[in-house]
Design a protein. Sequence first.
Length: 401
Amino acid sequence: MLKFKISALSMACVLALAACGQQQVDTPAQTENNQPAATPAPASGDVKVIIATANPLTGPFAHWGKDAADGVKLAVDEANAKGLQWNGQNVRFEFISEDDQGDPKTAVTVAAGFVDKKVNVVVGHLTTGPSMAASKTYDENGIPEIVYSVTGPDFTNQGFKGTFRVIANDNQQGVALADYAVNKLGVKKFAVVQDKTAYGEGLANSFAQSAKDAGAELIDTQYTTNSATEFGAIVTALKTSNPDLVFYGGMDAQAAPLLREMRRQGLNAKFMGADGVQTPEFLKLSKEAAEGAFASTTGMPKEQMPGYATFNEAYKKAYNQEVVAYSPYAYDATNVIIEAMNQAQSGEPEKYLPKLAAIDYQGVTGRIQFQANGDIQNGIVTLYEGKMDAESKEVKWEVLQ
């Protein structure tokens, strides 16, 4: 099983798993009708805690955003079902979900709305650009933000005391992917295509620098957007440079048509992306072209997560759909916050933040502890390859051995 575990002191890749903690895994409970419980209005004298999340609920990344929001809601509903009490008062968690459209400007507007609603914490946003744009508003108003899919390294390097991340970051992904490309695939020259978002650019830069440090040559860089659908001109340019590998910094909605255009024009270079590419949607859109593609996730394979089987069952019963990508991490991020609040017996950030910073929590996705800047300790990166399934005749992601 090819995984990369990254310590706080080094960006070197090693094949290891994060150590397991001693806590019981907090796995999902079921309501009587197998649906997530509604969040009732708090009675007079109850403590109300508002947990907010913002994700792209419309547009090309809506499948990611809805999946993540559902993970947050599942954790909130389960917490309410437990009937927690703080200092003798009943606690009711209120769930708020907003559509940031995956857009930084919209995210700032959403953040201002959360401030007006006096939320106690924000879980999310989904992507780096919106999260970075909104984080200043949250910091200025004393609202912690914990993210479950934001991998841009700068998010936790702004000097904000209330920013936390439960997955590895793009520097860690870039190192792992570049190491495999150069030292396992034998790549000598490579090209980069990126979508100019904070996520795509940061990831592409990390991969490119790491690959160059490993001895490969960057021979071409092409740019697109996170709404592009046509890649003919880009692929024509790539054919001229003839790289051994094309690395894409961006999401599945653009990665798939880019790869299909590469194959249509006869460019047979290897194709690699990161967690924005390692999705069922990429395989669906790419079809047979996805065979031989490489990608990564910031975490261990779902099937090896300590609590994934139980979570997956509860998620499917609650929402009648399969997990897309980040709902297990969104679920864990929410539960980590609730655990810190429970330890502090308060939803006030100034009281629960010290507990959050010192947390040692065993969740669905693994052990969660934080570095001083809010990054998760010992983040894991797992690499995948698209392999044709002989029985179904469809390409599926397989963990690299």
